[in-house]
Design a protein around this ligand. Structure first.
Ligand code: DP6
Length: 335
């Protein structure tokens, strides 16, 4: 009744921003991402009949914040229901990257939790089912079940309970397909004020631009799938930057506006654009926080790092590459 799993975060090249159904955590549209090797979450799960409550330890600290614990318990309930068990669980999780890096630790977190908890509960389920489960924890986590380049399918059926079984990720190309780098410029201005769940829900409820944003996504997904297959960097750059900017435009149009960017974020956007116009192969993307992620071919990563290091307000630069799928690893109680 115990297992340990590792999963990597991922960065969306075509963004997920908005839900069709909150109960099933169904995305309003699909998305495309790259799984990030070098950064990982390691999670141990043990179901234990002697426990009265689920326990969740993250990076060495017991989590007693009700909301975060409730999210883990809600997820474990899905596993318990499916496995027909009612034991509470001990969950110990650790990230090898700073939470302040704004790297959507919920993606690697719920992917690792899905793999470890399903195994600890004795479930034998395939990657598609794991992806569906991980999505119930966090939409972006569905993509971290796979390595390399990944597409999330939104599910087409009108009935959310049925669409839920269609809303899973699938691989576009394995990690070895394309040796890209993702450099994360961690800005000094700190963490996000509005979480991604809250930010996307507010955008959906109040932004007049939300519908236009969602309508724009399928074309970008088709294009991204094709240019990834062709390893066409310049076209991927155009698609990823416009997807990022349109997602943020819809959020900025909410009431009150959801604005994740700080001064350093905007400086970084300009620096990357200027460098690209000057011939450097690099493009930016930004999630629900002030940090900027810059993609480039492996042989351009030193130049990109030098560029990012030179921008005032950049505190650190982390580097990642196409990573592997989420997986079980040798049993370890303290990640
Ligand atoms: C901006 O996956 O964190 O990173 O499903 O509510 O947990 P929930 O949302 P989450 O949202 C990620 C938003 C994003 C874009 C992306 O990863 O596609």
């Amino acid at each position: 009744m115990e297992a340990t799993a590792v999963a990597h975060p991922n960065i969306a090249l075509v963004k997920y921003w908005g839900k069709r159904d909150i109960e099933y955590n169904l995305p309003a549209a699909g998305s495309v991402s790259m799984t990030l090797g070098g950064l990982e979450t390691r999670t141990y799960v043990a179901f234990d009949s002697s426990l009265a409550h689920d326990q969740f330890e993250l990076d060495g600290d017991l989590v007693d914040d009700g909301r975060r614990l409730a999210r883990v318990t809600g997820f474990l309930d899905l596993i318990r229901e499916r496995a027909g068990i009612d034991h509470r669980a001990r969950v110990t999780s650790g990230n090898n990257f700073p939470t302040a890096a704004g790297l959507a630790s919920s993606a690697s977190g719920f992917a690792a939790l899905a793999v470890a908890a399903a195994s600890a509960a004795g479930l034998t389920i395939d990657e598609r089912e794991l992806s569906i489960l991980a999505r119930r924890g966090s939409g972006s986590a569905a993509r971290s079940i796979y390595g390399g380049f990944v597409e999330m399918q939104p599910g087409a059926h009108a009935e959310p309970a049925v669409a839920s079984e269609e809303a899973f990720a699938r691989p576009i190309a394995p990690a070895e397909h394309w040796d890209l780098r993702c450099l994360v410029a961690v800005t000094a201005e700190g963490e996000k004020a509005v979480g991604s769940t809250e930010g996307m829900n507010r955008t959906q409820q109040t932004s007049p631009y939300f519908g236009a944003w969602v309508d724009s996504v399928p074309t970008d997904i088709d294009a991204a799938r094709q240019v990834i297959a062709e390893r066409d960097f310049e076209s991927l750059a155009d698609i990823a930057e416009r997807s990022c900017l349109r997602m943020h435009a819809s959020a900025i149009g909410a009431e009150p506006g959801v604005l994740y960017w700080r001064g350093t974020t905007v400086d970084l956007i300009h620096r990357v654009r200027e460098a690209r116009a000057g011939g450097l192969s690099a493009f930016f993307t930004i999630d629900a926080g002030p940090h900027v992620k810059v993609f480039c071919p492996a042989d351009a990563s030193d130049d990109v790092r030098a560029l990012l290091d030179d921008v005032d307000g950049v505190r650190d630069v982390l580097e990642a590459w196409p990573g592997k799928a989420a997986r079980l690893v040798e049993l370890q109680e303290s990640p």
